[in-house]
Structure formats: C-alpha cells, structure tokens
Write a protein that binds this ligand. Structure first.
Ligand SMILES: C[S@@+](CC[C@H](N)C(=O)[O-])C[C@H]1O[C@@H](n2cnc3c(N)ncnc32)[C@H](O)[C@@H]1O
Length: 287
C-alpha cells in the first residue's frame, strides 16, 4: 500500500483478554511486541492530517480481581509514534456483568462497561470538526437560549461570557460515548443465520464508527482502513456513505460472514448469494 494514502484508520484489534476469544488473542506480556509493527505501518500509510482510532478494551489479571494496565501501556507506546489527540471512553450500558467471579459471585467489583478508544494523529491538527457531531440541546439549555443568559463567573472560577447564550445548533459532545451494543435483528445477523455462518463474536456498533466518520472526515472522497476488520462494520458504514474503504481480516469465515453486510438490492438474489457465500450456503448444501 502506498505511503500517506489513508484518511482514517478505525480498528479494534484482538484485546489481551484473560478469556480468549475464538480468533485468538496475544497474551498481555507479548501484546506490545505483537501490536507495534502494525502501528508503524499505520503511521506510514496515514495522510499527514489523518487519524488513527483504536478501540481497545481493558483486561483483568488472570485469577485476581485486579486490572492489567496493558491498554495504557499501548497508549504510552503509541504516543511515541503518534500524537494522542484525545482519549475517548465508549460506555456500553448493555455489557454483561463480568468477570462473574468478582462481579456477580463475590460482589467485590462492579461491571466493567467502558472501552478506551485512543485517538492518535500524525500531526497536532488532524482533520476534525465537532460541529459535525453536535447533539440536540437539553431542555434546560433550550430554556436558557430562550430566556437569555446572564454572563457571570462560575463557582469553579470559569468566566462564562454571554456568548454561552448563543444558539450554535446543538451541544458539543463529551469524550464519553454512550452506545449500547445490542444488534439483534440486522441484515448481517439474519443472513448469517440463514446461511449457517457463525456471527463474529466481538462486533462493535455502527454508531461508534459513524461518530468518528462524522467528526474526523472532512469530505466524501476519504478512504478508510480497518486492519482488523472482523465482520467489517467499518467497511459497511463507509459503503453506506458511498466512501472508499479497505479491510483486512485473517479469518476466512469472518470475511465470508462480512459479505452478508453488502448483499443488498439487486445483489440480494439467490445466484449472487450462492456465488459469494459458496460452500457456506445452507441452500447450496441442502440441494
Ligand atoms: C475485535 S475483532 C474486530 C471486530 C470488528 N471490529 C467488528 O466489528 O466485527 C479483531 C479481529 O482481528 C482479526 N485479526 C487478528 N489478527 C489479525 C491479523 N494479523 N490480520 C488481520 N486480522 C487479524 C481477528 O480474526 C478478529 O476478527
């Protein structure tokens, strides 16, 4: 792949988990050694104003109710290659209360429901505009805009000017992204069921990717890359926007499953499905 050709890399590599996923996870001790060579390549192929969004969950130390700091070590190591533009926290309210031993059996920890999402960039000013991700104002803010705001000093010492009372079209989101991961009746799952393909066990939600596309991509000509694509949510969101995307995935079964995300309209017919899903087609096998 040529250097400096990608606008945005969004990815979620295998985490260093205590309970291994079926696609294999590097152990905590070897994680950086395994992951850093990928990051050097990501740096090479990113455009100067591009961004690298890394969704990386934390891990528990096996057999003890204590946390690993490997995901912070990843951030520290990558801060020597990139700038840490900002740290995000993805809160998934639908996460199960695990690890069960500490959370639901002994009740000595609370459920772990937040992934760190590190935003790295090659320069101090990557393409970004928070006006593209504004949220609706709260009722109290709407009230305040209607009644006018009196400039005054906050108890915190912050001097809030009367500009605070200006309607900017919405509120600026925080770096805590609350997105439930509860896909249950998508086309992907439906077609996976129909063609007896096991869905990918660690998919991230489209909304997470949509947020970063909106925030970090200035134009529709952008090219995005997901080097650990799994079921290729990244590619599917890009495709739906008419954008160009590149995805890598080492497991053929996940790649086959990911094709279910792209069967649509005129493509969604018996022949095309047989062609794409080949031996995985339940109909094909049943004949
Ligand atoms: C956490 S999953 C990604 C899930 C994805 N974000 C989704 O929503 O479906 C990580 C993926 O990386 C893949 N993977 C691991 N090592 C890889 C490698 N060297 N090259 C490409 N893919 C790899 C695994 O097979 C797994 O599907």
């Amino acid at each position: 792949m040529p250097s400096e050709c990608i606008d945005l890399v969004v990815t979620s590599p295998p985490f260093a988990l205590t309970r291994k996923k079926e696609y294999g996870n590097e152990p905590i001790e070897r994680y950086l050694e395994w992951f850093l060579p990928f990051c050097h390549e990501i740096k090479r192929i990113l455009k100067p104003d591009g961004s690298f969004i890394l969704d990386i969950g934390g891990a528990w130390i096996p057999g003890a109710p204590i946390r690993s700091i490997y995901h912070f070590e990843v951030a520290v190591a990558l801060s020597k290659l990139f700038y840490l533009a900002q740290d995000f926290y993805w809160y998934n309210p639908s996460k199960l209360p695990t690890p069960a031993e500490w959370v639901t059996v002994r009740r000595i920890r609370v459920k772990d429901a937040v992934n760190t999402v590190w935003w790295f960039s090659k320069t101090e000013y990557p393409e970004a505009d928070n006006r593209r991700v504004l949220r609706p104002y709260s009722n109290s803010m709407k009230q305040l805009l209607k009644n006018g705001y009196k400039a005054r000093k906050r108890p915190s010492g912050h001097d809030i000017s009367d500009k605070f009372g200006k309607d900017n079209g919405g509120s600026i989101p925080p770096n805590l992204l609350e997105i439930a991961n509860t896909e249950s009746n998508s086309k992907y799952l439906k077609l996976c069921r129909e063609y007896h393909i096991k869905p990918h066990p660690a998919r991230y939600p489209e909304k997470l990717i949509e947020f970063f596309f909106d925030f970090l991509l200035g134009d529709s000509e952008a090219i995005v890359l997901d080097p650990f694509a799994g079921s290729n949510v990244t590619g599917a969101v890009a495709e739906a926007r008419g954008m160009r995307w590149i995805a890598f995935e080492k497991e053929t079964d996940y790649l086959r499953g990911s094709m279910c995300r792209f069967l649509d309209g005129p493509l969604l017919n018996e022949q095309a499905i047989e062609l794409v899903l080949g031996g995985h087609s339940a109909r094909g096998r049943g004949k």
